[in-house]
Design a protein around this ligand. Sequence first.
Ligand code: EPS
Length: 385
Amino acid sequence: MAHLSYRTAGESHGQALIALVEGIPAGVTLDVERINRELVRRQGGYGRGGRQEIESDRVNILSGIRKNVTIGSPIAVQITNQDWRIDDAPAIHRPRPGHADLAGSLKWLTTDCRAVLERASARETAARVAAGALARLLLDSFNIEVVGYVCRIGPVTATIDPSMSPTELATARDANEVYCPDATVVDDMVDVIRQAKQDGDTVGGWVEVQVHGLCPGVGSCSRWQDKLDGRLMQALGSIQAFKGVEIGGGFELGKLPGSRVHDEIDYDPSLRDTPCLGFTRRSNRAGGLEGGMSNGQPIIVRGVMKPISTLVRGLDSVDLVTRQSVRCDYERSDVCAVPAASVVAENVVAFEIARAFLEKFGGETLTEVRAAYEHYLKRARQLGG
Ligand code: EPS
């Protein structure tokens, strides 16, 4: 049985993007519209540039499905690029500070940054979203909910009400163009992006993802590779332009004594049938993860996206051919892609949760996964008599 994994292929202005997803058990009903909805959301958000008017991202599932149900074989997913012109796209000799241009050109021994930037482009995240949205169909059938949103744009920070359910968060988020559940800061966020555009500049921000409904014990403390916190950090940290990831209280926890950090434990038998199995916490600064495993509390992860490195006003650089100081090249780009990044974050987190979930409850078919899951829950609820 294949472990759940995916790879992507494709360039920004190549023919198509591809995600190859392996390890989805047989018996999962496909919901193409649900996957496409995530792709549409990823294309949106205030601050996007002209490219999204050209593209209309939709998945074409090429394999692994019979009569709209997974059959356990690899699932190849294609998203066509409308702006397919990689062979005609101009050479780039003046690397943009902050982009992959310089490091990649030096790596591949070329003075033309084009090939590097084509693959480094965040266009690749469409394939990651498709893979995550596919894996999420599995999570749906176990009532595991994943919601991602924007919690900061430039200097404007949202306040996220911890009592909001994933549905409430998603509804509030979907009501505005910056994908932020705190309606009171939306206008300020839009203003920051508008001002950056006027200035020929770009702006970054923070995104947050919550996972609700996950039982304890997913992930592992046994091997460093299996620690769910580490995997989530890689999943988020590998999103283009991300510069930091934190879990729960994150970096702030380093300022506090242990007595103000750790989430004290109570037991409430009336909650035995909920994901925490009755073991409640007075706080959730651990962000639902202890020892690299889920602990039954909501998982909370955040990532920071730096401002996009393609600025209309340009930045100082060096021409790779002449080695003279120049202004860097400008390519059509976004002013702010933090809303889009929140969709990417949500879906890459979903994929990692599904991956760890199947490691604990894996089986060839959805029926076997469900049996393993229910057996575990039964045993866990019986612990201690
Ligand atoms: C990107 C540059 C822009 C963005 C692109 C990421 O592409 P283009 O030069 O074609 O306008 O639009 O993001 C996407 C295409 C996307 O779908 O997210 C870059 O250099 O990373």
